[in-house]
Design a protein around this ligand. Structure first.
Ligand SMILES: CSC[C@H]1O[C@H](OP(=O)(O)O)[C@H](O)[C@@H]1O
Ligand SMILES: Nc1ncnc2[nH]cnc12
Length: 319
C-alpha cells in the first residue's frame, strides 16, 4: 500500500464503505491511494482504488479509519461522502455491523434494510447545506430500492455456513413486516434493555450507530446508497442472553468476514455492468438543483464555493 500512486485518472463510479471489522478489500489489486482534502476536512481514511479482474475501478473507504480511531459520533461523514462524490462515485454500498432486534435474525445473518429511524442525538452534522445555502432533501426512502434488489439477488447465493440467512423486505413479508427497519442510535454505549424493547415495539429489525448521517449526506450528494448489515448480536432485549458487548460484535464479525468478502465479490462480479452503465440513482441526478430554497441575495459565497466541490455547475450565483 505504501508506494501506490496518489492520483487516479478515471472517474470511479462505485464506492464501498467498510465498517467495524472491514478495514480493507480482500482479493482486489490496489492501484492508487488517494488522500483527498474536502471543504469539510479530511475523510476518515485514504481512499484505496482497486480494480476488479475485468478492470472496473472501485473506491474503498474505512468509516472508522484504518485503526478504528473514529467513534460513530466522530466519523467525518461529510468529508467521506464529499471525497467519494468528488472522484466520481455514483453508487455506494456501505457495510455495517448491527445488533438484531428480531428472533429470526441470528448473529451472522445479513440484512438489507429499506427504512431508518433516527435515534442519534443531534450532535452530528447531518447536511452539507446550512444558513446561506439552504436546501431540503427528500428522505422518505433513505436507501436505493433498485440497488437493494440487485444486491439481494447476488448476496444470498454468496452466503455460506450453518443456516446463515439474508433478510430482505421480501423475506420479512412472511413475518408480517412491510419494511425492514434499521434503528440508528448515538452511542458509544449500547442500548438499555428498555430502549431495545422500545425499538422492537416500533418495528425495528436491526440497530447500529453509523447509518446517519451517512445515508442523508449520500442523498444530498445524489449518490445511490445502500447499507448491507451484518448481524453480530441480539442487542439488549433478550432476557435469557447476555446483552451486547464489543467482544461479541468482533468475534461474530471475524467469524463472518469470509461471508462479507464473498458478498462483495459476488456484488462486484454481477453488478459491474450496471454500475458502468450508470444504472443506479438515475432519479437522483440533478435533484439537488430543485432542492435549493435560498434566493440569489441570500447566498453565502464561501458556502456556494464549498458546494461546488460536491455539485460543480449545479447552481448559478449572480454577481
Ligand atoms: C464496535 S460495536 C459498535 C459499532 O459497530 C457498528 O459499526 P459500523 O456500522 O461502522 O460497522 C456500529 O454502527 C457501531 O459504530
Ligand atoms: N447492538 C448494537 N447496537 C448498536 N450498534 C451495534 N453494532 C453492532 N451491534 C450493535
Amino acid at each position: 500500500m505504501q508506494n501506490l500512486p496518489t492520483t487516479f485518472p478515471e472517474p470511479v463510479l462505485l464506492g464501498i464503505i467498510g465498517g467495524t471489522g472491514l478495514y480493507h478489500l480482500d482479493g482486489l489489486v490496489p492501484v492508487a491511494k488517494l488522500v483527498i482534502q474536502t471543504p469539510w476536512g479530511s475523510p476518515s481514511s485514504p481512499i484505496i482504488i482497486s480494480r476488479t479482474p475485468s478492470g472496473m475501478p472501485v473506491a474503498f473507504l474505512s468509516r472508522h479509519g484504518v485503526h478504528h480511531q473514529y467513534s460513530p459520533s466522530d466519523v467525518p461523514y461529510q468529508a467521506n461522502i464529499a471525497a467519494l462524490k468528488h472522484i466520481g462515485v455514483e453508487t455506494i454500498i456501505a457495510f455495517s455491523a448491527v445488533g438484531s432486534l428480531r428472533g429470526n435474525i441470528k448473529p451472522r445473518d445479513f440484512v438489507i434494510p429499506n427504512q431508518v429511524i433516527d435515534r442519534t442525538k443531534g450532535i452530528r452534522t447531518s447536511s452539507f447545506f446550512k444558513a446561506g445555502f439552504v436546501a431540503h432533501v427528500g428522505f422518505g426512502n433513505p436507501f436505493d430500492d433498485e440497488l437493494a434488489a440487485a444486491i439481494a439477488q447476488h448476496a444470498s447465493s454468496a452466503l455460506q455456513g450453518d443456516n446463515v440467512l439474508l433478510h430482505t423486505r421480501q423475506t420479512e413479508k412472511a413475518n408480517g413486516f412491510s419494511d425492514v427497519t434499521l434503528i440508528c442510535m448515538e452511542g458509544p454505549a449500547f442500548s438499555t434493555r428498555a430502549e431495545s424493547n422500545l425499538y422492537r415495539s416500533w418495528g425495528g429489525h436491526v440497530i447500529n450507530m453509523s447509518c446517519l448521517p451517512e445515508s442523508k449526506l449520500a442523498k444530498e450528494a445524489e449518490i445511490a446508497y445502500q447499507m448491507v448489515c451484518m448481524s453480530t448480536d441480539y442487542d439488549a432485549w433478550r432476557e435469557e442472553e447476555e446483552a451486547v458487548t464489543v467482544e461479541m460484535v468482533v468475534s461474530n464479525l471475524k467469524a463472518n468476514s469470509e461471508n462479507a468478502n464473498r458478498v462483495i465479490v459476488s456484488i462486484l462480479n454481477n453488478l459491474e455492468h450496471d454500475i458502468t452503465n450508470h444504472r443506479f440513482g438515475k432519479s437522483l441526478r440533478g435533484s439537488m438543483r430543485l432542492a435549493l430554497s435560498t434566493g440569489q441575495h441570500g447566498i453565502d459565497r464561501k458556502l456556494y464555493q464549498d458546494i461546488q466541490f460536491l455539485h460543480p455547475g449545479h447552481y448559478d450565483l449572480a454577481n
